[in-house]
Design a binder for this molecule. Structure first.
Ligand SMILES: [Cu+2]
Length: 131
């Protein structure tokens, strides 16, 4: 079912591959999107309606945490930071494979959640611990 998607991705992935080779040590697996070097947290939506980790950690700098999110899966997602059930700041829209975005959140040290609010995606609920 993803045949068209794969075909449209091949060319850009090949082009990006050259760039990514020079920037190893970033995220390891996943897409070849360029991760902002100053990102404190990298969150990847992966196949299986999941984030790529159950928990993430970050150290706030001046109360701020920069979160980069990228869609490495074949379906749409969005990424919200919540404290309890309360959204914090804006969300990052990840409508298709390769979609990405970065936002700076003002987060006091504590426990947060990284969630996707798309119907049926309740599994995408990971912990974010900010020190
Ligand atoms: Cu999702």
């Amino acid at each position: 079912m993803n045949r068209t998607l794969h075909r449209t991705l091949t060319a850009p992935l090949l082009a990006l591959g050259l760039v990514a080779l020079g920037a190893c040590g970033g995220g390891g697996d996943g897409s070849t999107n360029t991760v902002p070097p100053d990102a404190d947290v990298v969150v990847r939506a992966v196949d299986g309606i999941a984030w790529n980790a159950d928990s993430y950690t970050a150290t706030a700098v001046d109360g701020k945490v920069k979160i980069y999110a990228v869609n490495d899966s074949g379906i749409a997602h969005d990424m919200y930071i919540e404290q309890g059930d309360t959204p914090v700041g804006d969300f990052i829209d990840l409508p298709k494979r390769g979609s990405d975005g970065a936002l700076v959140y003002e987060l006091a040290p504590g426990e947060y959640r990284i969630v996707c609010k798309i119907a049926g995606h309740a599994n995408m609920d990971s912990a974010l611990t900010v020190a």
